[in-house]
Design a protein. Structure first.
Length: 367
């Protein structure tokens, strides 16, 4: 198999790349958003919504098994023709730019609010953009190793969150089911796009060295993400209650401020430094995917020219991230970008799979 950009990845690294693409800054605000919709049953909505990335994984895996050695761009043009296939690739790249501009703006806002209040937002954002370009240009193998390392940092953070959870009130979770099917269903739709990130598999699939392990690796990643999501929602409900959650813009970070460990003061600042890397993971993973698709679209040497689309994509993200006037506008845009995940994560692989079946039938008829 051709070693794209000087690297291939293992199925274990794929697990951490998928988790890294899904778990990021959204942990900080997700409990507030979902409890406003599904009340104390928000954790149920999150749990049920895990079916969304599983469907995406299944479709992408079926598609990949039909065309295992084709990159995303080559696959698009092979199945849909050069013109329409190119349009689909450009839409994918546009989705990544739009979605990551929102994620990066969120993370820059949190960094400014809690760590660097006197630093201009543009400077903070530029710092993250440089980080994304630098790491993503190192290739898939380095990205896989970085996601592996940062996974254990976030795991440590979560284990420490057990401390405030132990002091919470379990009655805040009761009565179970009070939100009704309607509330849980609305929460399901919203929670579904918090699993955005699985769609990077459209590009990373061809880079995995053992294709038969991809589906199992994907399921493992989704299970880990689901565990993180359900845990953070339940812990926030136990500590703050439904009404208390609506008073905090980023309740997940407030939890870190509650954790007290002897000899460590202002522990939240230590955690926030961890999150500087953890929060940048989705942008690193997805910008690499978009840049790789771009170089494949132009049929360029990926190892030599990957840096140029990376810079172009990063600059686009930087500009778009600065456009919203305040954080409330960003929250509104988050909803629209979330629905973009349903397009790229579900509709895309479904259309590609259907076209691959039609294409296969045509080849058999012409044989």
């Amino acid at each position: 198999m051709k070693d794209r950009n000087g690297s291939t990845i293992t199925s274990k690294q794929l697990i951490f790349i998928i988790v890294g693409s899904q778990v990021g800054i959204r942990l900080m605000y997700m409990p507030r958003v979902l409890t406003a919709i599904a009340r104390q049953d928000a954790w149920i909505a999150v749990l049920i919504a895990s079916i969304v990335p599983i469907i995406s994984l299944f479709l992408i895996d079926r598609l990949g098994k039909r065309l295992p050695e084709m990159g995303f761009a080559q696959m698009s043009q092979e199945l849909f023709g050069k013109f329409l296939g190119s349009i689909l690739i450009i839409v994918f790249i546009g989705y990544v730019i739009g979605y990551m501009s929102i994620i990066m703006r969120f993370f820059s806002e949190v960094t400014k609010l809690y760590l660097l209040p006197k630093t201009p937002l543009a400077v903070i954002l530029l710092m993250y953009v440089f980080l994304v370009v630098y790491v993503a240009n190192k290739g898939a193998r380095v990205i896989g190793r970085l996601n592996d390392l940062l996974f254990y940092l976030i795991l440590v953070t979560f284990l420490l969150l057990i401390i405030p959870a132990g002091q919470g009130d379990y009655t805040y979770l009761l009565p179970i089911g009070e939100a009704g099917l309607g509330g849980i269903a609305r929460g399901f739709v919203t929670a579904g796009y918090y699993y955005a990130g699985i769609e990077v598999l459209l590009v990373y699939y061809s880079l995995v060295n053992k294709k038969d392990e991809i589906f199992k690796a994907g399921l493992t990643a989704i299970a880990i993400t689901t565990a993180f999501y359900v845990s953070i929602v339940v812990i926030c409900e136990l500590v703050f209650g439904i009404s208390g959650l609506q008073k905090h813009l980023f309740p997940g970070f407030i939890l870190l401020k509650i954790v007290q460990i002897p000899i460590f003061e202002r522990l939240e600042f230590i955690f926030l430094f961890f999150w500087l890397g953890i929060g940048a993971r989705p942008a690193i993973n997805m910008c690499f995917a978009a840049s790789l698709a771009f170089t494949q679209l132009l049929k360029l040497d990926e190892k030599k020219y990957l840096i140029y689309p990376l810079i172009l994509i990063a600059v686009s993200i930087f500009i778009l991230a600065l456009l919203p006037s305040d954080i409330l506008v960003v929250f509104n845009l988050r909803t629209f970008s979330g629905y973009g995940f349903y397009l790229i994560g579900i509709i895309y692989p479904l259309l590609f799979l259907i076209m691959s079946i039609i294409h296969e039938e045509k080849v058999k008829q012409n044989a």
